[in-house]
Design a protein around this ligand. Sequence first.
Ligand code: FMN
Length: 172
Amino acid sequence: MSIPNPPVLDAIYNRRSIREFTDMPITPDTVAEIIKAGGWAPSGLNNQPWRFVIVRDKNVREDLAKFTKYSQIINESQICIAVYLDKRVMYNDVKDHQAAGACIQNMLLATEALGLGAVWLGQILINKDQVNQLFGLDSNYDLMAVLALGHPKHRKQKSQRKEINELILNEF
Ligand SMILES: Cc1cc2nc3c(=O)[nH]c(=O)nc-3n(C[C@H](O)[C@H](O)[C@H](O)COP(=O)(O)O)c2cc1C
């Protein structure tokens, strides 16, 4: 008899980047839960440098979509969440960026655990200044990613990973 994975491992292993969504809406409570999960990520000195912009409005999402070649994903999603670092509360470039990554991953795992789907969009960063302009944000806010979220149209996504023995450099 095999022992089931703890829920967090289920979320880690079952999470896939979801790029196609149904038109079922996402409730504000669900969005709040996902952002709360992001905010419970670890950060150096517990400085919590992350900030968020929630884009539910279809017209604003269409404007956002113009800044990436992945526009179709944004337009099909129900909600986008832009994740920012607030430069004014940063204390160490590397560590604050690591904290942003932990925050984003928490949000993706929470999304999975809540039965929704999401994809981490990074290509849009080439137009991060225009994204700030769209949101009325000044240069104190540095865009880290846009997450596109919704109910998955299907769960057929496949992905692969290197074997762990390819990853371990040494063991003493
Ligand atoms: C920093 C970063 C940037 C990414 N940017 C994009 C993107 O712009 N568009 C996209 O479709 N997926 C993007 N992804 C998702 C990756 O393509 C995906 O995580 C990877 O192929 C593994 O697939 P999986 O998430 O389904 O396991 C990004 C992921 C990361 C971590």
